[in-house]
Design a protein around this ligand. Structure first.
Ligand code: COI
Length: 337
């Protein structure tokens, strides 16, 4: 058993037993093999290094109340990675292979899955990269798909604790017909400069507006945006340049199950001040309340920095309840390992 203080886990890399790795060559994927060494040797001309032929995913495994081990909606992550691979002209990983890799990986590292009650989970990070050499701009002829895992706690210090966000109009995340709707490293690279600037000035997260007009809310650097109206309506942006978040999709369903109205539509910047509650949502951040949003000289106060709004608390309890097996999984979201 690893010597881990589960209560102190943050969100970061840590060594485990192994990751699982596959190679695509001559039109076919290899059998997956477990690799102990967390480093990789590749050709210096690999297309992922030069032309950004890479994509990734993020999902979580949980130890449930009754001892069962489950992965939350890995089929949705598998489908999203399939779409992303097609967009990047990489050979898509068949969803069945993706699910098998996830199950095998969790089993092979089971002692690193945080015990029930600690609030921790195991983060699974699938990665697909062009490893064949390619100096003329074109897709590579060889690819590596791997999945790594690590035990994690809350993404932001303090768990379900409200954070403040900033809009920095000098930087955009994704162009209208760009790659914002798929999970490629380039979207995160595009946000790093603004992200570091925001953090150094006291905002843990930055919010992006649409790149064309800077009129509509898109998403945070690490996660989707959701707003709750005072009548309980759940509103989230509809945009081609926003990543379709599996957590957002799940929360929308939870909101409908709770009898709330759900709207997926354009959200003008001016509408932010009409929300009673705002949150960032995603696999890593789960539901993180945002109590204030700053843009230039304007500060929009949304809710209390010390309290979680009742709707966000309900959504958080609902989704975590399903993940940890405290609430019946009526939609079949938990895949047993
Ligand atoms: C996730 O929520 O899984 C993400 O990929 C966001 C971020 C940590 C990159």
């Amino acid at each position: 058993m690893p010597n881990i203080d589960w209560s102190k886990l943050g969100f970061g890399f840590s060594d485990v037993n192994c990751h699982i790795r596959y190679v695509w060559k001559d039109g076919a994927w290899s059998e997956g093999e477990f690799v102990k060494d967390p480093s990789i040797t590749m050709h210096i001309g690999a297309s992922c290094l030069h032309y950004g032929q890479e994509c990734f995913e993020g999902m979580k495994a949980f130890r449930q109340k009754d001892g069962k081990v489950v992965i939350f909606r890995p089929d949705e992550n598998g489908k999203r990675m399939f779409r992303t691979a097609q967009r990047c002209v990489m050979p898509p990983v068949p969803v069945e292979m993706f699910l098998d890799a996830a199950r095998r990986l969790v089993k092979a590292n089971i002692e690193y899955l945080p015990p029930y009650g600690t609030g921790g989970s195991m983060y699974l990070r699938p990665l697909l990269i062009g490893t064949g050499p390619q100096i003329g701009v074109a897709p590579a002829k060889e690819y590596t798909f791997l999945m790594m895992c690590m035990p994690v706690g809350a993404y932001y210090k303090g768990g379900l604790k409200p954070v403040r966000a900033v809009i920095l109009d000098d930087w955009d995340r994704a162009a209208p017909h760009g790659m914002g709707d798929v999970k490629v490293g380039g979207n995160y690279a595009a946000s790093l400069f603004a992200h570091e600037k925001a953090k150094s000035e006291g905002w843990p997260v930055e919010l992006y507006l649409d790149a064309k007009e800077h009129k509509y809310v898109e998403e945070f650097s690490t996660s989707n945006f959701l707003g709750i109206k005072s009548d309980g309506t759940y509103v989230t942006p509809d945009s081609h340049s926003v990543l379709p978040s599996v957590t957002n999709m799940s929360l929308r369903q939870c909101a409908e199950d709770l009898g709330w109205k759900v709207e997926c539509r354009k959200i003008p910047y001016e509408e932010i001040k009409t929300f009673a509650e705002v949150a960032a949502c995603g696999t890593a951040v789960v539901v993180t309340p945002v109590y204030e949003i700053t843009r230039g000289g304007e500060v929009i106060a949304i809710s209390s920095p010390d309290e979680v709004g009742e709707h966000l608390q309900k959504l958080y309890d609902q989704v975590q309840g399903i993940q940890y097996g405290r609430i019946p999984d009526t939609h079949g979201w938990c895949f047993e390992v």
